[in-house]
Design a protein around this ligand. Structure first.
Ligand code: HEM
Length: 410
């Protein structure tokens, strides 16, 4: 195995480290010198009993880990590399009820059921409603000369899309937004959200969704909830399973897409030629490049179920393996000039939605649709939008988040 050259203890999942794009040059060094690198950072949570994790940096290796669930389990230690230090092993184990943290065959059963809500037909059915909403969100923001793009524009459509998809009544939508924000904000002291508040928000959201499922079971409507829970047998979700599914959607669908849109806007406003090109030609390739550039999910992890070899490293059974999508998406073996934001990039085999395999993002088509709709609306209604400040980043160990981006709406 090549010699690691990084400073000892460099931790890519340290939320402070990830606040800037500092890790990108570090990833480049690793890809060259130690593409699968042992990071001696203990988990920090009692009950894990491990003394570090592997950092997987190359595109090819991230794909390999993602597509071999029998060797790399999403379940044993869940998909998140670093939880808040105050969590207990038991609290982490509860998260195994979320589909993202399941292995086959359990994962296969749940995924087959929930997939019914994400067929191309169901996504197409949302298109008109979402186009309309995108135009309204942008028109409302335009009433003001300046504002925070994140809360005014980027957060709204993903929230509305999920609420629309699941059939959450309009009046309840603000609560879903608030709960999902609280669940991911625990690493950021500025937001003053304690771990308890985050857990409480998750519990409230699950219980809200379980009640919704129970209500739809009694009186089925024409929405995805009714389709997923109609009868409790092998082919349907129980109310509790539905609760955890909504919890996953609230984070997986909201926070990711919001950050893709915010990073995309920032990229356009700092690469004016690309914004001019977008306004003129609206290339269909833009959304994928925005997701590559943003890589909203920096990393997930798997745990080895057996001794194995990866990229020259000997991985032992039980060791954790961090898959760094942010690094894979800048791998020069795969991307020509990865440091360029190029909305005509084609092909663009980025791993922003995962490295393939059973957990590949279920909401990819919806996310791409939302990104297209919102940027069309912005280009139509506020072509002169410009930056009024630097982005203020969310302190998070796995989400490439922005909490504030001041813009002039022009
Ligand atoms: C730009 C936006 C998005 C990004 C970057 C993103 C990224 C990801 C990633 C990296 C994974 C894990 C893949 C893996 O482990 O192999 C994932 C899984 C998932 N995503 Fe997305 N996602 C986005 C939008 C959405 C949306 C809009 C939804 C739904 C409304 C959604 C629902 C899910 C679900 C349910 C999973 C878990 C799938 C499973 O475990 O089988 N995502 N996503």
């Amino acid at each position: 195995m090549p010699c690691p050259t990084l400073p000892e203890g460099f931790d890519f999942t340290d939320p402070d480290v990830y606040q800037s794009r500092v890790p990108l040059p570090e990833f480049a060094r690793l890809r060259r010198t130690a593409p699968v690198w042992w990071n001696a950072q203990p988990h920090g949570i009692a009950g894990f009993g491990d003394d570090g994790y592997w950092v997987v940096t190359r595109h090819e290796d991230v794909k390999e880990v993602s597509t071999k669930p029998e060797i790399f389990s999403a379940n044993l230690n869940t998909s998140i590399i670093r939880f808040h230090a105050s969590l207990t092993r038991d609290q982490i184990d509860v998260q195994k009820l979320i589909m993202l943290n399941m292995d086959p065959p359990e994962h296969t059963r749940v995924r087959q059921i929930v997939q019914r809500g994400f067929t191309p037909r169901s996504i197409r059915a949302l298109e008109d409603a979402l186009r309309h909403r995108a135009a309204r969100i942008v028109a409302e923001a335009r009433q003001r000369p300046t504002g925070n793009f994140v809360t005014d524009i980027a957060s709204e459509l993903p929230l509305q899309a999920i609420a629309e998809l699941i059939g959450i009544p309009q009046d309840d939508r603000a609560r879903i937004f608030d709960w999902s924000n609280k669940m991911i904000a625990y690493d950021d002291p500025e937001l003053a959200i304690t771990e308890e508040v985050g857990t409480e928000a998750a519990m409230e959201l699950i219980s809200y969704a379980m009640n919704l499922a129970a209500a739809r079971k009694e009186c089925p409507a024409k929405d995805i909830v009714s389709r997923l829970v109609a009868a409790e047998d092998e082919g349907n979700l129980g109310s509790d399973e539905f609760g955890f599914f909504v919890l996953l959607l609230a984070v997986a669908g909201n926070e990711t897409t919001r950050n893709a849109i915010t990073h995309g806007m920032h990229a356009f406003l700092t690469h004016r030629d690309q914004w001019e090109l977008y306004k003129r030609e609206r290339p269909a390739t833009a959304a994928e490049e925005i997701v590559r550039w943003a890589t909203p999910v920096v990393s997930f992890q798997r745990t080895a179920t057996q001794d194995t070899e990866l990229g020259g490293a000997e991985i032992k059974q039980g060791q954790r393996v961090g898959i760094f999508y942010a690094s894979a998406n800048h791998d020069p073996e795969v991307f020509d000039r990865p440091e360029l934001f190029d909305i005509t990039r084609d092909p663009n085999p980025h791993l922003g939605f995962g490295g393939g395999g059973p957990h590949f993002c279920l909401g990819k088509s919806l996310a791409v649709l939302e990104i297209n709709l919102i940027f069309h609306a912005i280009a139509d209604a506020m072509p002169g939008i410009s930056l009024a400040g630097d982005p203020r980043r969310l302190r998070s160990s796995w989400l490439n988040g922005v909490k504030e981006l001041q813009v002039r709406y022009g």
